[in-house]
Design a binder for this molecule. Sequence first.
Ligand code: ADP
Length: 457
Amino acid sequence: MTFSARFWRLFLLYAALLALFAGIVGAMAAAQMAGVWFGLVTILWFGLGALATWYAVAQVTEPLARLSQSVRELAKSEDGKPPSANAADEMAMLSADVEQIRRKLSRGVGELQTNAEHLQAVLSSMREGVLAVGPDTTVMLANDAGRELLEFSAAEPQGRPLLEVTRVRPVYDAVQDAFAEAEPIQREFDVVGSQRRRLALRANRLPGNPCPGVIVVLHDVSDIRRLENLRRELVANVSHELKTPLAAIKAYAETLRLGAVNDPEHNLAFVARIEEQAERLHQLILDMLQIARVEAGEETFDIVDVPLREVFDECAAQFADAAAARNIELRIDSPGEEVFVRADEEGVRTILSNLVDNALKYTPAGGHVAVRATPNHRFVALEVQDTGIGIAEKDQARVFERFYRADKARSRELGGTGLGLSIVKHLAQAFGGTVGLDSRLREGSTFRVSLPRVNAT
Ligand code: ADP
């Protein structure tokens, strides 16, 4: 039943009662004149009462009807349909509308919750650090990567001042600048915490006036910058390495041109020097190409079961003369025929010959070089031990780097490129192996390369 029907029903009932009462009072008045005025006053009084009641009730039902209409609008479903209920019963309609609104609201809250969960999942799977900072520079949001990169001191940084949760001042400065400027702020800086890192930052104001906050995105660019430095260093090293033999070739050629070509005593020696330097350049370029291919993963290895005994025997034949010429005792203990490693055969040869070549180069006459293979459970350790000049402790970790020479003068004098051990390391790693070194200055060195063993149980 509608509000107005309710109202009119009540009003009519009230009017009928009033009329009945007026009739009775009228009859009484006809019988006793003295009561006429009393009757009239009573009728007037009740009439006014009825009017007042009508006005009061109308005051309530009007807004109620409007409220019912608004609720109906709110309760409409997405396609604009109101909930079905008997249109004649406004109370039932109102209750159906309220129920519909309740359902809509709980659906909305559910969707909001799901969106928040999705956002959280996206933020926590990002490698970039994301930070939202409010106008009072308190942290509104920080993902896991952001907390890690800035080494947050608090487990729950939300609502706390940025400077209280991280000591990384450049982030705070960038946030302040982002609030002050319309353009995004881009910076790069070092962070020295438990780990040294180089971070790239971008801070953006959120739209709105007054600005509701700043979003900061952080990238760890340490690896990229390190690789850039390595590349720069490599270019500098390569230029340096090429410069020396080229300068020597130029100088000998010039000397020959300026007359030495007619000096039968020295001309051939100069030509031999040119050849030597050209050979050094050639070796350098070959080594560089090989290392570049292994590093880039372009070298195609033929990974097979390599019989170590054969490789050792070949090595013994290859270096026997060189060892004898330098008066060094070269002892090669070839392993049993059953010892195989899983690798590229040419690669294993390169590893062994680089190590033996070094051992012979850096061992003075009268010294000893021993080569052996020690199989264990999963690996075979190839060991090259010498009684040579040894390597100082500070250089031991670096001799496997490209162009690093512990004894620069000797290496150059012996025609070394500074790349041999770097090639050994890259090859060993490409075969799933490792390299190691024990050395004492002036006593000798043992280089160890472990390669995966075949049929290891
Ligand atoms: P190089 O061509 O100069 O020998 P490597 O990469 O093979 O380059 O070796 C790097 C440096 O390690 C050498 O310059 C040398 O100083 C040191 N080194 C390598 N092997 C030995 C060794 N057996 N004994 C002493 N020093 C060595």
